[in-house]
Design a protein around this ligand. Structure first.
Ligand code: PGA
Length: 250
């Protein structure tokens, strides 16, 4: 039985004070919640939020990471720095990183492997654009991102990997994929993972859906057999919307 996993991606929102306040409210309101929970504040608020969530049932996540451990990489943040600050999960391959900042599958794969080597958990995001969906290429695109993203990743590391299926056209747009559509793609992901690894690894794999998840649609999504949780953007910025999402499926 896969444990429901709800993660909040705060993107480029919240000052340190705002982040601390939201994290504190979530810690209080989600105390005792048995789902897997994670919040990913911006880098500047990681330290403050780390103090608030330390020792609670909420994991601390980062939104990105450099593909190298250290060196002359102006503006980048290393896996060692993330570990140092108490981060245990990193979101990689988010569509905004792929499409706005031009991250390639190869770059994302280097980050995935480095994070796993350093015992960080990874949420690997995959998903098609509207153009790709309209051209009937959903499975090709998603399976391609999955294969490249996990290239060289050993089965023993899969316990630390979550896949987030995020159709690009549903992110921040208010358009959610129907639970049936999302589940169909997520079933395909599970099948590809069974072929690439093993049935047991695929069965144990947590696959989140992401893209305009809200308290009103989370229950319908979670009812589907291959949707094990959600990666939440906009609705994770307020406790009023993230708390009911985080309680779904519990
Ligand atoms: P959204 O973002 O919930 O605001 O659509 C999801 C994401 O980008 O992870």
């Amino acid at each position: 039985m896969r444990k429901p996993y709800f993660a909040g991606n705060w993107k480029m929102h919240k000052t340190i004070g705002e982040a601390r306040e939201l994290a504190q409210t979530l810690v209080t309101e989600l105390d005792g919640n048995t789902n897997k929970l994670m919040i990913a504040p911006p880098f500047t608020a990681l330290s403050a939020v780390s103090e608030v969530v330390s020792g609670t049932n909420i994991k601390l996540g980062a939104q990105n990471m450099a593909p190298e451990e250290s060196g002359a990489h102006t503006g980048e943040i290393s896996v060692l720095m993330l570990r140092d600050i108490g981060v245990s999960v990193v979101i990689l391959g988010h569509s905004e990183r792929r499409h706005v900042y031009g991250e390639s599958d190869e770059l994302i794969n280097r980050k995935v492997k480095l994070a796993l080597e350093h015992s960080l958990e990874v949420i690997l995001c995959v998903g098609e654009t509207l153009e790709e969906r309209d051209a009937g290429r959903v499975n090709d695109v998603v399976a391609g991102q999955l294969k490249s993203g996990l290239n060289g990743v050993d089965e023993r590391h899969l316990v630390s990997v979550t896949i987030a299926y995020e159709p690009v056209w549903a992110i921040g747009t208010g358009r959610t994929a129907t639970p049936e559509d999302a589940d169909a793609v997520q079933a395909m992901i599970r099948e590809r993972m069974a072929n690439a690894y093993s049935d047991s690894a695929a069965e144990a794999l947590c696959i989140q859906y992401g893209g305009s998840v809200k308290p009103e649609n989370v229950v319908g999504l979670m009812e589907r057999p291959n949707i094990d949780g959600a990666l939440v953007g906009g609705a994770s910025l307020m406790s009023e919307s993230f708390v009911p999402i985080a309680r779904a499926g519990a």
